[in-house]
Every structure is written in C-alpha cells, then in structure tokens.
Design a protein. Structure first.
Length: 263
C-alpha cells in the first residue's frame, strides 16, 4: 500500500473485518539515520533518539491506513506480559498528542473496533493475530527472550479469554532477522532451543544461530493457529530497519511495526 498514504507497507489477510500490515522503513518524515533506502523514513520508535514530533507524525500516518483509528503501542521489555485494551484506551489514544505507551509489556490484545494495535521491531519478530468471528485481535513482540517465554502464545491465551478460538485464529509472522543471519553463541542457541526446538539454526557461514520466525510459527501452529509468514530478512533487506545492521555500521536506526485492527 503506497498510493493513498505514502506509507510503504505489506498487507496481510487475517480475515474479513480485519486490517493488518507490516510497515517498512519508507514513507515517513524522519531524516538519516532513521531514513528509508530512498528518502525520509517511517521511524515509529520513540526510544531511538529521533525527534518526538516526527515520530508522532509517522505514527499518525498509520491511522490514515486504518480510516482514522488510533494505533496503541506498548513499552516493550522482552517479556511475556500481555496488555488488554478496551474502549477507554481507544479514547485515550485518540487524543492529541497521543500517549507514548500503553504500559510495559510485549503483547497487546483488544476486542475494541477502531483501535489499532502496534508492535515495534528492528530484527525481532512482529506477530499479528486475529479471530474475525469472535472480533478479537492481538500483536506480540517476539525477541529471543519473548520467544523462549512464549509471548505469542500468551497473546493467544488472552484472546481466547475474550472469545477467540485457536482453530479460528489467523496469524501473520512478519519480517525479522532470519536463521541464516542471526548468529549467537553456542550456549545461547542451546538455551533458547531447549525451550523452543525449532529455533535451532546455523548461519549461512556455518556458525550457531537462532531462527526466531520459525520458532514463533511452530509455537502458534502447534496451538492450532493458521500461520502466514512474510519471509523477508530485516538484516539482509535494506527495505527494513535492522538493529544488527546499524550496530555493525556504528549508527542508529528506526523501528518498523506490525499493525492490526478490527475495522
């Protein structure tokens, strides 16, 4: 989607009445080092030294895609904590200027129409979840710690408490650093793969690695959820922000997002 909003984003189908997409680095107002590959960047993170006014403008562009719905974000702390949001939160996030955080946690769930949920990433795995029949959606931020702790499964559990059924839930696992690139020490790979065996991987050059998108997909599939993967590596593909790539270059970078909302 680009024409109507200027945002460069990847739409995913999570069912009738659900809007879901993953942003890229392009389509906003942020200059380098938060820019996209060919112009101003859509940095959505408030904790990467970008100007707060620019970030709020970038976030406001998400609402255009959602027909004016606000998008809530959490302060992500690599946990398995789920934050449920409702009508009060929709009113709060509709105010100007928008609040900076829905609280400390790594998953958001709501049954409130017209309230977008956002998850910020720059190599970690963004997960979008929806049960259109029950009218419940969720997002999860699955980094190494969150994947091992089952943060996507905790989001699914919170959705089922609100009427969702795992066999009706659709999930989209978005762009993230892939198992060919996410090099880690042996002991770290052993620790995470002990909790989630499908995380075990090797880099393309033969060293220990973690495949977090595969791990999260396996967790959700094992719970009966239909999973779609966007198989693009944020480290290899400069269309996306990447913390690892920026660190190697000695610079800062922005945050893209996965967003879902009930229409």
């Amino acid at each position: 989607m680009t024409a109507a909003t200027g945002i460069d984003a990847i739409s995913v189908d999570l069912g009738e009445g659900v809007r879901a997409f993953f942003t890229t680095a392009s389509g906003g107002v942020s200059p380098a080092p938060w820019a996209g590959p060919s112009g101003p960047g859509l940095n959505l993170g408030l904790n990467v030294s970008d100007d707060v006014v620019r970030v709020r403008e970038n976030r406001a562009r998400l609402g255009v895609v959602l027909d004016g719905a606000p998008v809530a974000f959490a302060t992500q702390v690599h946990s398995d904590r789920v934050i449920p949001l409702g009508s009060r939160d929709r009113s709060r996030w509709s105010t100007e200027p928008a609040p900076e955080s829905a609280g400390h946690g790594d998953a958001l769930v709501t049954a409130e129409p017209g309230l977008g949920l956002g998850v910020l990433v720059a190599d970690c795995v963004p997960v979008l979840l929806a049960d259109p029949e029950a009218g419940v959606v969720g997002v999860a931020h699955a980094g190494r710690k969150g994947t091992a702790a089952g943060v996507a499964l905790r989001a699914l559990e919170s959705m089922t408490e609100r009427g969702a059924r795992p066999d009706r839930v659709r999930a989209a696992v978005g762009p993230a650093v892939c198992g060919r690139c996410y090099e880690v020490p042996d002991e770290l790979r052993d620790e995470v793969s002990a909790a989630v065996p499908s995380a075990f991987a090797r880099t393309s050059w033969g060293t220990p690695a973690l495949d977090l998108p595969a791990a999260v997909s396996a967790q959700l599939s094992g719970a009966g959820v239909a999973v779609t993967r966007v198989r693009r590596c944020t480290l290899e593909d400069e269309t996306f922000f990447s913390h690892r790539r920026a660190t190697a270059r000695g610079t800062a970078t922005g945050r893209q997002a996965g967003v879902v909302a009930l229409a």
